[in-house]
Design a protein around this ligand. Structure first.
Ligand SMILES: [Zn+2]
Length: 394
């Protein structure tokens, strides 16, 4: 009996992906698959662990330890992160250099984007953060040591004010990109060969709604119904679509271009939604959901962002939404781990309109008039946000 209990305990401790390390051997590999990403640690919640960064594929990584499903990656002497095993492909014969060097930079632009390109010896892992006041993108390249003695900044770069760099540790090379405008419009980091590109979206010159291309995402769909009502059996997926349709209509009345991630009752995965939004080159995204809580009394509207540089869109929409009669302010929430808040490519806002688990909110959600009010206030919020974007950094 005791032996059996022990066996059961052991089984559970292994299967909970706790700190149990089941292998221990250094492996070199490259990132593969759709959207590899690094987690800071082994923490987790309903929407997964806290992500450090998404990565391009083909990046050289060193796995120094392993747990169920994930490798511990040594990024630099003092930094580690966790990578899904499905995103790791072992390389058998590779000559590992004791250090990798950076080389010259070029900062230039095309008709829509500014580009920072950095010559490297190898496809190395990186992470990035957005800073505000002044707005900057800070990129750390792991395993890189500076040999950069030539930085060319062309006038074709319109949004990037300055680029400079700093060797913050022996093997961590930091690139600081100062932006002209206070608002972040997004950026993508990727490799072409061994050259690292940071593609920075420029603030549109014309900030009127009719010049914007906006993605509207109706949450859930198909076999993924989402939350359901407390006193009726209405499901989230149907009402997110009804509200999203009204938002589309209100935006089109202002002559904005709208891309809807779904128009009918189908369930695209988060990854599919992200890829389709990215392919559409939208200026920003609003994802529409309805909230639910185990505490029936919790109610109100909330908006969510992941990156501080994208907060303003969510803040203006929240401030506009709470003008609706009967809709309380549940809050504007940051660092949120929602999949569609993950991309850095464009500003995005998760809008949790109201709580299906609250009786007052559920009544609002059932009302077609409320859907129209939501659409109107979303448009007002966007307009207020666009007005605020005119500000430049000092
Ligand atoms: Zn939802």
């Amino acid at each position: 009996m005791i032996r059996m209990l022990l066996a059961i305990c052991l089984f559970f401790s292994l299967s909970t992906e706790a700190q149990t390390l089941v292998e221990s051997k250094i492996l070199f590999g490259r990132t593969i698959g759709r959207q590899p990403y690094l987690d800071y640690g082994l923490g987790s919640d309903r929407l997964g662990g806290a992500k450090m960064t998404y990565l391009d594929t083909g990046i050289l990584v060193q796995a120094v330890d392993s747990t169920i499903g994930r490798y511990k990656i040594q990024l630099s002497k003092n930094r580690t992160a966790w990578l899904q095993k499905a995103n790791f492909q072992k390389v058998n014969s590779i000559k590992i250099e004791p250090y990798y060097l950076t080389s010259s930079f070029l900062i230039n632009g095309d008709d829509k984007y500014d580009l920072v390109s950095i010559n490297l010896d190898e496809k190395l892992p990186y992470t990035s953060i957005q800073q505000i006041n002044p707005s900057r993108i800070v990129v750390d390249i792991f395993g890189a040591t500076s040999n950069t003695n030539w930085v060319t900044h062309r006038t074709s770069a319109k949004e990037i004010k300055n680029v400079y760099h700093e060797q913050v540790e022996d093997d961590v090379f930091r690139v600081i990109i100062e932006l002209k405008h206070k608002q972040h419009w997004g950026y993508s980091i990727y490799y072409e060969g061994k050259k690292l590109f940071i593609k920075v979206k420029r603030q549109p010159e014309d900030l009127s709604l009719e010049n914007m291309k906006i993605a509207i995402d109706a949450g859930h769909g198909g076999n993924n119904p989402g939350a359901s009502g407390i006193s009726t059996k209405i499901v989230e997926k149907n009402y997110t679509l009804l509200i999203a349709n009204q938002i589309e209509k209100a935006l089109m009345e202002k002559e904005a271009i709208v891309f809807m991630t779904r128009r009918s009752d189908n369930n695209y995965s988060m990854l599919e939604r992200e890829e389709r939004i990215r392919d559409e080159n939208v200026d920003f995204l609003i994802s529409v959901h309805l909230n639910s809580s185990v505490r029936e009394e919790v109610k109100g509207v909330s908006t969510y962002y992941r990156y501080i540089g994208f907060r303003p869109l969510t803040k203006y929409i929240q401030e506009s939404m709470i003008k609706i009669d009967g809709l309380e302010d549940f809050g504007n929430i940051g660092s949120f781990n929602f999949a569609l808040s993950g991309p850095t490519d464009y500003p995005n806002c998760l809008l949790e309109v109201a709580f299906l688990s609250n009786r007052d909110d559920e009544k609002l959600i059932l009302s077609p008039e409320f859907h129209k009010q939501v659409a109107k206030q979303v448009v007002e919020g966007i307009k207020d946000w666009l007005k605020s974007c005119k500000e430049e950094n000092d």
